[in-house]
Design a protein around this ligand. Structure first.
Ligand code: ADP
Ligand code: ZN
Ligand code: ZN
Length: 732
C-alpha cells in the first residue's frame, strides 16, 4: 500500500518560511489546490510539486485530505513569479500564493464563474411613458438607461447611474417594470463603438516605437505630460495586441476614482473587459479572474493585486501612472505591483509599458541607463497647451479662510465665464486642530502621538491615524476655559468658506468623507462632467487622471505640506502631486491657469513646476539622492517592529541588530541604528524601525535571506510584532 503513496510539497498560508510535505495516493498537478491538515486546522494549500523524499520519516507525513482541482489553478509562469516574489520580498511563499488568489479560491471554492445579477426592463416597463414620470426623476432616469441597455445592467453599472440604485430598483420592481436574472459575465457595452481619433505626430511616433518592440520582453517608459494622450497610445497598442489574438493586462492605481476609464476601454473595443478592483464582491472578483485565466477576457483592467491574474495568452502589460504609491502593498505581503509587473513581463516574454506624466525616479533612472526604452510625449493633444503656473507668495498675502485674494479673484473670473475650478487641499475634515485659545491646549488622540481633526458635519473629533472618535468638548481640560476653536483648514472648512464668498456657485467637495457612500463619487463626477458644478474642492482624489475639459483654474492651497518632510521621498511626492493636480487645468481648447499658495516661493521645486520642467526637477532630486546615498542609488530594506509596551520595539530591533552583525554581511551592507518611528505611538502601539542600506542588490539580498530566517526562528522575535519591508516607500 504505502509503496504507491507519493510525496507532495504543499504551500500553505502560514507565516512560516518553509513548505510542507504531505502524502497522497493519487497523482496531483503542480499548481492545483488541496485541502490539508495543519496543526488542529485544515487549510487550503497549493501543490508545489512531487518530491522523491521528505526530511520527515514517512510515518509522520500526513495525508492530503482532499484534492480540489483536477488541473493547475495557477499556471507555471505565475507560480514561478510568486516564488520569485516570495524570495525577493522575503515573505513566506504560502502567504504570497494566498495573497495572489481571489478569496473564493482561498476558501476552496471551485474556479467557475457564477452568475451576476442583471436588471432589465419587463415588457410592461417598456410600455411605460417615461415622460409621465416627471415627479420621480430617479425612476425615470433608471428606466431610460435600462431601455437602452439591451443586455441589461449589473449592480456595479447601476450604482454608477444612481447612488440610490437599489432603492430605485426595488420601487420599479414593485410596479412590475423591471426584473432581474443571473447572467454569467459582464456584457459588452451597448451603443456606438467609439472610433479612435487621428493620432498626432507625437502619439504616432510613440505607437510606432512601441509596436516595433512588441516581440519578446521589452520594457518602455512612456513619459507624457498631463493631457498628452497617453491613454490613446495604450488603446492603439492594445488594439494591435488584440488583433494578434492575445490579452492585455492594464494596471491602474484606483478604478473607483476614474470610472470613465473603464467606459473608454469598453466603448473603444466593445469586447468583454474583466475589471478587478476592491469594489467588487467576491463572486464578481472570481468571475473576472476566471474570465482572464480562461482567455475569455481580451482585456484585464485592475488595481494592484490584478498583477497576479493568470492570462491564457498574455501579450502586453500596461502600468498606468506607474509612480503612484497605491501600487505598493503596505501591510502583510508588502510588494510593489509595478516592480512585479516588470518581472512578470520578463518571465512571460512580453512587452510592458510604464506610463506617467511624473515617472518615479527609479523608473527614470532605468530609462536613462537604457534598461527601459524612454518614449516622450512632450505636448498636449489638439490645441491644448500647458497651463500657466503662478506662485502666490503667502508671506505677503493674508489669506481669509485659507484663500488668498488673487485666488478668490481668479475664482470670480471663472464663475463669470462659466468655467470650472478645482481647489486642492490635502487635508480632509474641517480643521486639523481643536484648540484652547486661552492656554494653547490641543485635543490629542488618546492612542496616537497625533492631534484630532475636527469634522464639523459629523460634529466629532476624529483621529486620521487610528480612526478613534471623540466628542467635540467645549471646556478645556487643562485650564477649564471655554474658549475652544478650530485652527487651520481642511476641505470641509474651505467648502464652507467658498459658499460664503460665492453664494451662487455650485460647489462639490470630493474627499474620502464625501464619497464614502457607494455611488456617491460617480454621481459627483457625473455632475462635474455635465457642467452641474462650478468649483470642486478636494484632496488628492482630484489628482488622479480625471479629464474635465471645462476646468481652467486649479488652486493649490497648502502646497508647502511635505516640502520639508522627514521622508526623503516627500519632495518627489509633492512635485508629482502638484503636477498631477495642475494637469487637470486647461486640457481642452481653453487655456488653463494654476495658482500655488506658498510660503516658500524660492524653493527650486516650485520654480521647476512653474516651468513644467519635470526633467529639471528630476535632475535636482536625483543629485540629492546620489549624494545622500538613497534610492535609486542604493537599495533599502526596513525592519519594523511594534508593541503595546514602550521600549519593546526598540529592544527587539537591538537584538535583531546583534543577530545581523553576527552574520557579518558584506561591507556594502550597512545596518543603521534602530529609531522610533516618526509618529512613535499609533493605535496604542509603540513603533520603531531600522534601516538596512546597500549600494548593491545582491549582497543585501543574501544578507536579508539569512537574517529573516534566523529572526523568524529566534525566541525573542515571538513577543514583538515585526515585519520586513523590501524597497520601502514610506518611512513612517
Ligand atoms: P493622458 O492620459 O496623457 O492624460 P488622455 O489620453 O486622457 O491623456 O487624453 C487627453 C484628452 O485628449 C482626452 O480627452 C482624449 O480623448 C483627447 N485625445 C487624446 N488623443 C487625441 C488625439 N490624437 N486627437 C484628439 N483628441 C485626443
Ligand atoms: Zn485651556
Ligand atoms: Zn489615533
Amino acid at each position: 500500500m504505502s509503496a504507491t503513496l507519493r510525496i507532495y510539497q504543499v504551500a500553505v498560508p502560514a507565516p512560516l518560511y518553509r513548505e510542507f510535505d504531505y502524502v497522497a495516493s493519487m497523482s496531483l498537478t503542480t499548481g492545483a489546490r488541496v485541502r490539508v491538515p495543519f496543526g488542529r486546522r485544515e487549510l487550503v494549500g497549493v501543490v508545489l510539486g512531487e518530491v522523491a523524499r521528505s526530511e520527515l520519516p514517512r510515518g509522520r507525513l500526513k495525508p492530503i485530505t482532499q484534492p480540489l482541482d483536477a488541473s493547475a489553478i495557477l499556471p507555471p509562469s505565475i507560480l514561478s513569479l510568486l516564488r520569485w516574489a516570495a524570495n525577493y520580498y522575503h515573505h513566506p511563499l504560502g502567504e504570497v500564493i494566498h495573497a495572489a488568489l481571489p478569496v473564493r479560491l482561498r476558501q476552496g471554492r471551485a474556479p467557475v464563474a457564477a452568475g451576476v445579477k442583471v436588471w432589465t426592463l419587463t415588457p410592461e416597463g417598456r410600455a411605460v411613458d417615461f415622460q409621465a414620470l416627471k415627479r420621480a426623476p430617479a425612476q425615470k432616469h433608471m428606466l431610460e438607461v435600462l431601455a437602452e441597455a439591451l443586455d441589461g445592467l449589473d449592480q456595479v453599472q447601476l450604482a454608477r447611474i444612481s447612488p440610490r440604485s437599489s432603492a430605485v430598483l426595488k420601487a420599479l420592481r414593485a410596479k412590475g417594470w423591471v426584473s432581474s436574472h443571473q447572467r454569467e459575465l459582464r456584457p459588452v457595452m451597448n451603443g456606438d463603438k467609439q472610433l479612435a481619433p487621428e493620432l498626432n505626430r507625437g502619439q504616432k511616433f510613440a505607437v510606432s516605437s512601441l509596436l516595433a518592440g512588441l516581440k519578446g520582453f521589452h520594457p518602455f517608459l512612456l513619459h507624457g505630460v498631463t493631457g498628452s494622450g497617453k491613454t490613446e497610445v495604450y488603446l492603439s497598442v492594445i488594439g494591435e495586441i488584440l488583433a494578434q489574438g492575445k490579452q492585455a493586462l492594464v494596471l491602474v492605481p484606483e478604478i473607483s476614482l476614474t470610472p470613465q476609464l473603464v467606459g473608454r476601454f469598453e466603448r473603444r473595443f466593445r469586447l468583454p473587459i474583466a475589471v478587478l478592483h476592491s469594489g467588487l464582491n467576491e463572486q464578481e472578483r472570481l468571475n473576472a479572474w476566471v474570465k482572464a485565466a480562461e482567455g475569455n477576457a481580451p482585456i484585464v483592467l485592475g488595481t494592484r493585486s490584478a498583477v497576479f491574474t493568470p492570462l491564457r495568452n498574455p501579450g502586453l502589460i500596461v502600468v498606468d501612472e506607474e509612480h503612484d504609491a497605491s501600487y505598493k502593498q503596505q501591510d502583510g505581503f508588502r510588494y510593489s505591483a509595478r516592480d512585479i509587473a516588470v518581472m512578470r513581463a520578463a518571465r512571460e516574454e512580453i512587452p510592458i509599458i510604464l506610463g506617467s506624466a511624473t515617472p518615479s525616479l527609479e523608473s527614470l533612472k532605468n530609462a536613462r541607463q537604457e534598461t527601459y526604452t524612454l518614449i516622450e510625449l512632450p505636448q498636449r493633444t489638439g490645441c491644448a497647451v500647458m497651463p500657466d503656473v503662478r506662485l502666490l507668495d503667502m508671506r505677503r498675502l493674508k489669506p481669509s479662510e485659507g484663500l488668498s485674494f488673487p485666488l478668490r479673484e481668479a475664482l470670480t473670473d471663472r464663475l463669470k465665464k462659466n468655467e470650472q475650478s478645482i481647489l486642492f487641499l490635502n487635508r480632509r475634515g474641517f480643521s486639523p486642530v481643536w484648540m484652547c485659545y486661552d492656554c494653547g491646549w490641543v485635543a490629542p488622540c488618546q492612542r496616537c502621538d497625533a492631534q484630532l481633526t475636527l469634522h464639523q458635519k459629523r460634529n466629532k473629533l476624529l483621529c486620521h491615524h487610528c480612526g478613534a472618535e471623540a466628542k467635540v468638548i467645549q471646556r478645556c481640560p487643562s485650564c477649564q476655559g471655554e474658549n475652544l476653536h478650530p485652527l487651520g483648514e481642511g476641505t470641509e472648512r474651505v467648502e464652507e468658506a467658498l459658499q460664503k464668498f460665492f453664494p451662487q456657485a455650485r460647489i462639490e467637495r470630493i474627499d474620502r468623507d464625501s464619497t464614502a457612500r457607494r455611488g456617491a463619487l460617480e454621481e459627483k463626477l457625473r455632475r462635474v462632467h455635465e457642467g452641474e458644478a462650478d468649483i470642486l474642492v478636494g484632496t488628492q482624489m482630484l489628482s488622479k487622471g480625471h479629464d474635465f475639459p471645462n476646468v481652467t483654474l486649479v488652486g493649490i492651497l497648502n502646497a508647502d505640506q511635505g516640502l520639508y518632510g522627514t521622508d526623503f521621498r516627500s519632495g518627489e511626492r509633492l512635485f508629482q502631486l502638484i503636477m498631477q493636480v495642475s494637469g487637470r487645468a486647461g486640457r481642452a481648447d481653453k487655456p488653463g491657469e494654476v495658482l500655488i499658495q506658498t510660503w516658500h516661493p524660492e524653493h527650486p521645486l516650485f520654480a521647476a513646476l512653474a516651468r513644467h520642467d519635470f526633467h529639471g526637477y528630476a535632475e535636482y532630486a536625483l543629485s540629492e539622492r546620489r549624494e545622500a546615498g538613497y534610492p535609486p542609488y542604493s537599495h533599502l530594506a526596513l525592519l519594523r517592529a511594534e508593541s503595546p509596551a514602550p521600549g519593546a520595539a526598540i529592544e527587539f530591533l537591538l537584538a535583531a541588530r546583534t543577530l545581523a552583525v553576527r552574520l557579518s554581511p558584506a561591507k556594502d551592507v550597512q545596518i543603521l541604528s534602530p529609531l522610533p518611528a516618526p509618529m512613535e505611538r499609533r493605535a496604542g502601539r509603540y513603533r520603531a524601525q531600522m534601516l538596512v542600506q546597500s549600494s548593491r542588490r545582491a549582497p543585501l539580498h543574501d544578507f536579508l535571506e539569512q537574517w529573516v530566517m534566523q529572526l523568524s526562528e529566534a525566541k525573542f522575535s515571538k513577543k514583538t510584532r515585526w515585519s520586513l519591508d523590501v524597497d520601502p516607500l514610506d518611512m513612517y
